[in-house]
Design a protein around this ligand. Structure first.
Ligand code: NDP
Length: 336
């Protein structure tokens, strides 16, 4: 089964240096994953004339996945980039103004929210409501071999639920020791003949229940005090070279897949002076059960505020909530 995660951050330029006064919009959506596009569909259908900035990775993390088999409504599955194109087309059908652009500065201190787009803040936009849908990005170890094979599509992945299917009846390695790593290792153990889990310390960070689950599965081998030195293989992974950081001993684990589950980084840095973030950088909901942030008129949807579910369908659901919350905010203030 291929699962999908939330959405992207914003990047690029939308330059109009001829503008003397900033554009003013009722609804500005930042980010173009399932959360952002769903917010756009709802906001556009409510006649809020949304402007959506797509960002660095238009379509978000879904554009990195192949088949999407778990989004309701696609009985035969769909590939990730096509699904994002469909979402974009649906948003445009209701006249969402979809733009390529990277938000580099915001000022949420007043009733009108100010956002600057472009590396040199070329474009200034004013908006009554802002919906943040900037998503989160997987963390990587940063090894040259890991990133090279990842970019080649050669067997390095940060999403076992997305890509585990390709490694059925094969041996894989997963790095990480948190709840995500345990969850993904357990998932892989159902598909693969052997899963080797690399834990850098002498204990896991994951909850006891998750550790118990991992330890109860006979085809998961946990190596403690173990670090990755190199992901081996030219075109595709064929092994992982590791080192025991206590004994110094090195060895190679045969594997065709290398999974990295060492956490995600929410794409929220640009908002940190105005929006309340938790210790990991995720946006905190001001009122649980809504999309409201601590700033009136600024809403959040998708992975930027979700470290638990991180699925396309949950991102889309919260995109809908954010648009409905923004619509009510405008209606309450008589902004048409
Ligand atoms: P965490 O930050 O909890 O864990 C990251 C893990 O990766 C840690 O064990 C860390 O090791 C390890 N790590 C980090 N960098 C490296 C590195 N360079 N080399 C090797 N290992 C490394 O992230 P998760 O994604 O697991 O979880 C994020 C949050 O989501 C947590 O709050 C978690 O509880 C929650 N969650 C809950 C789930 C559930 O309840 N079902 C499922 C998934 C996530 P170290 O411990 O040594 O720092």
């Amino acid at each position: 089964m291929h699962c999908v995660r939330g959405e992207a951050f914003i990047f690029g330029l939308h330059i109009d240096k001829t503008m003397s006064t900033p554009e003013h919009h009722r609804c500005l959506i930042i980010g173009s994953g399932p959360a952002g596009y769903t917010a756009a569909i709802y906001a556009a259908r409510a006649d809020m004339k949304p402007v959506l900035y797509q960002g660095q990775q238009p379509g978000g993390q879904l554009t990195e996945t192949t088949e999407v088999d778990n989004f309701p409504g696609y009985p035969s599955g769909i590939n990730g980039p096509q699904m994002m194109k469909d979402l974009e087309d649906q948003a445009k059908r209701f006249d969402t103004d979809v733009r390529y652009g990277w938000v580099t500065k915001v000022d949420f201190s007043g009733p009108v929210h100010k956002v600057w787009v472009g590396d040199n803040q070329e474009t200034e936009i004013h908006a009554d409501t802002v919906i943040i849908s900037t998503g989160a990005s997987a963390k990587w170890l940063g090894l040259e071999s890991e990133l090279r094979l990842r970019d080649l599509g050669g067997g390095v992945s940060a999403c076992a639920v997305c890509d585990g299917f390709f490694y059925r009846n094969q041996e894989v390695v997963i790095v990480g020791a948190g709840d995500s790593a345990c969850e993904e290792a357990s998932y892989l153990a159902k598909l693969c003949t052997k899963v080797t889990m690399l834990v850098r310390r002498d204990e896991m960070r994951a909850s006891k229940a998750m550790q118990h689950r991992v330890n109860s599965l006979p085809n998961i081998d946990v190596l403690y005090n173990t670090e990755t030195l190199e992901v081996m293989g030219q075109e595709a992974v064929d092994g992982v070279k590791v080192k025991n950081n206590v004994t110094g001993a090195e060895h190679v684990i045969p594997a065709t897949g290398f999974f990295v589950a060492i956490g995600h980084k929410p794409n929220t840095d640009v908002f940190k002076d105005f929006i309340t973030l938790d210790s990991q950088g995720y946006i905190v909901h001001a009122h649980p059960g809504t999309s409201k942030t601590n700033v009136d008129g600024v809403f959040v949807s998708g992975d930027a505020a979700d470290k638990v579910y991180r699925q396309a369908i949950t991102a889309a659901g919260t995109g809908c909530m954010a648009a409905l919350d923004a619509e009510r905010y405008l209606a309450d203030r008589g902004i048409h």
